[in-house]
Design a protein around this ligand. Sequence first.
Ligand SMILES: O=C[C@H](O)COP(=O)(O)O
Length: 252
Amino acid sequence: MRRKLVVGNWKMNGSLDQNRLLLEALVRHLDEVKQVDIAVCLPYPYLFQAQAILAASDIAWGAQNVATHEGGAYTGEVSAAMLKEFGSTYVIVGHSERNGAYCESDADVASKFAIAKQHGITPIFCVGETLQERESGVMEYAIANQLDAILSVSGGALLDQTVIAYEPVWAIGTNKTATPEQVRAAHSFIRERIAALHPGAAESVRILYGGSVNPRNASQLLSMPDVDGGLIGRCALDADDFERICRAACKA
Ligand SMILES: O=C[C@H](O)COP(=O)(O)O
């Protein structure tokens, strides 16, 4: 039985003052929510602040990216070892906002996935189709390619105990949520694809849905078969909304 996981992706939002209020509110609001795992992935400069405020709670924290290298002359990069020093449990890899704007390749994402695992950080590996891919009927092909990039570098076994986020690009930040049936079909496809290579990993990997999840649609989306939680963007910046989504996950 997989435990549900709700992760807030703060993206490039926050300030020391805003974060303190939000993190302290999350600690208060979510103190009694024990039935699901909860985490926030915030910008690098605030990992120390998250560690200070969340360490005594059950809320985990992590980053939104990681370098493909262990260290050295890579200006502007942040290594997995550095993330670990600040207590990061998770790191998001392959988010479509990075693939598009920063030209991350599948090989880059596979390296990030592998290096995170080597340092004991759980990668949250994002996959998902564009609207054009969905409308032209190649959605499964697109997702399979993204998955295979990881599977070919890391092997199925490395997916054991990791997290995949299915995020249709057209549903991110748009208020166009995927229908429950679309979500179910995509999650089932992802699990079957992994099972074909590594049945053990397919059972343990948690597959989150991300894309315009809010307190009103969370119950239905998160209770679909093969959905093990959510990756939440905008609604993770509001303590009340995030709490309601976490509570919906408890009942899902
Ligand atoms: O990582 C989170 C996703 O990009 C979803 O963002 P959103 O909930 O604002 O649509």
